[in-house]
Design a protein around this ligand. Structure first.
Ligand code: R1P
Ligand code: URA
Length: 434
């Protein structure tokens, strides 16, 4: 099976504040099996030209609308893109270098046009071109659920019709059969793991009561501290949801304290699972198996953590993390858990809440085996990224999307000129792939 990597990687050209730079890319012939020869060509840099339109630096646009800031051109606040620059099919990747690598798989968005490429002042890179004749955007999402939130919401705001988003990341493999270098697909959806700072606040509060000679403290005395009372109220509702959902929505981790305030409290909270789009999951699985072979594709549940370290059960002595039992408890509660990373939950959760306008799935290259403590030889990563990226792009362009499904926000996006009154018909959008 051929992986057709088509372009040399364009190094980003950093221009002074607000300046634009644009040159044309050299088109390369398709490369050899599994993209290996393409990687070599990319490394030596056959094309020293850039096909980028890059604008890095501190811009000073005027933003209107504190609720959802966009500038006079309709560019979003963090990603800096506007309608016409982003395709309805998006490949979300963690790093800028992965976005650049995978952009070598794309064709020019239109005859004679370079790939569209824009880096926002916050460092989000968006690249738009064609894959198998269909417009596709590759977006670097950086790390963590807040960044995924920017990517999903701000892209939703500048794209019309239904969208599909595939995340291609790296992750930890939690248990066998997942092993280093495998592609782990979150077909069973994702849970999230969040460190609960209230646990440590209550611990401090309880220990204060003890040292103040209050004997066994109880929730009533802890609740004299209003911030703890707020915390208890919030987490009481989380635990109630978890109880109705069986093994979902639980709290996890080591914890012991004689104070009643600590009863039932754990240092890490785990949200109930959110589903992935079943059709997209099936397409991605089929394509991934075609690219790397079925034996290197593993399906299961993903967990997105709010940190790489404590909330993924990585231990150390510098901090009081109370996470020694975390991974074991997660696997016991979720036997289908395969991957541990930091963004997929947010993507799937927002897709679920998108009123049917976003279909999403996550797939990760297993970079770390948490059960054996092995870490992937980093030189092998690029080829795995190309394999995963090829499968993801193929799945994206094969998924049927409803172009007529209206996005409420894009039709009413305010600009200085439009002030929210322009209808979809009235505004002329320049698409980079036209
Ligand atoms: C941590 O090293 C980062 O790697 C994983 C995690 O989700 C986190 O973002 O994904 P990416 O390789 O896509 O960044
Ligand atoms: N990314 C993560 O978030 N965790 C890992 O273990 C590896 C990559």
């Amino acid at each position: 099976m051929l992986l057709g990597q088509k372009r040399a990687i364009a190094a980003p050209v950093v221009k002074p504040e607000g300046k634009q730079h644009s040159t044309h890319a050299t088109s390369l012939a398709p490369c050899g099996p599994r993209g290996s020869s393409c990687l070599a060509r990319a490394r030596v840099g056959i094309s020293l030209e850039t096909h980028a339109d890059i604008s890095i630096g501190r811009h000073k646009p005027i933003y209107k609308n504190a609720n959802f800031p966009t500038d006079a051109e309709g560019r979003t606040y963090h990603l800096g893109t506007k309608e016409g620059e982003v395709a309805p099919r998006i490949l979300s990747v963690g790093s800028v270098s992965r976005a650049q690598l995978l952009s070598t798989l794309l064709d020019a968005p239109a005859p004679g046009k370079p790939l569209f490429q824009r880096t926002s002042s916050r460092g989000f890179l968006t690249i738009t071109g064609l894959y198998e004749g269909q417009p596709v955007s590759i977006v670097s999402t950086h790390m963590g659920m807040p960044n995924m939130d920017f990517v999903v919401r701000e892209n939703r705001a500048v794209v019309r019709g239904q969208m599909a988003i595939v995340r291609l990341g790296t992750c930890g493999a939690v248990q066998r059969p997942a092993k280093l270098g495998d592609l782990l697909i979150a077909s069973h959806g994702s849970i999230s793991i969040r460190r609960d700072p209230d646990y440590w606040s209550l611990l401090e509060s309880a220990s204060h009561h003890h040292t103040a000679g209050n004997g066994d403290s109880n929730c009533a005395s802890c609740n004299n501290n209003s911030s703890n009372m707020n915390g208890l109220a919030v987490h009481a509702s989380i635990n109630t949801n978890g109880a109705t959902a069986g093994t979902n929505g639980q709290t996890h981790g080591a914890g012991s304290n004689s104070s009643n305030c600590m009863i039932g409290r754990k240092p890490y909270t785990v949200a109930m699972r959110v589903p992935a789009d079943a059709q997209l999951a099936a397409l991605l699985a089929a394509e991934a198996e075609r690219v790397v072979g079925a034996e290197r594709v593993v399906h299961g549940l993903n967990a997105s953590a709010d940190s790489f370290y404590s909330s993924q059960g990585r231990t150390g002595s510098d901090f009081d993390d109370r996470n020694e039992g975390l991974l074991g408890e997660l696997v016991a509660a979720h036997p289908d858990l395969v991957s541990l990373e930091m963004e997929t939950f947010q993507l799937l959760d927002l897709a679920r809440c998108s009123r049917g306008s976003i279909k999403a799935i996550g797939m990760c290259v297993a970079l770390a085996e948490r059960y054996s403590n092995a870490f992937l030889e980093y030189s092998k990563l690029e080829e795995l990224e190309i394999s995963g990226g090829t499968a993801a792009l193929r799945a994206l362009v094969r998924l049927p999307l409803d172009a007529n499904l209206a996005s409420a926000s894009v039709a009413t996006r305010t600009t200085d000129e439009g002030a929210g009154t322009a209808s979809m018909e009235e505004r002329r959008v320049q698409y980079v792939w036209e």
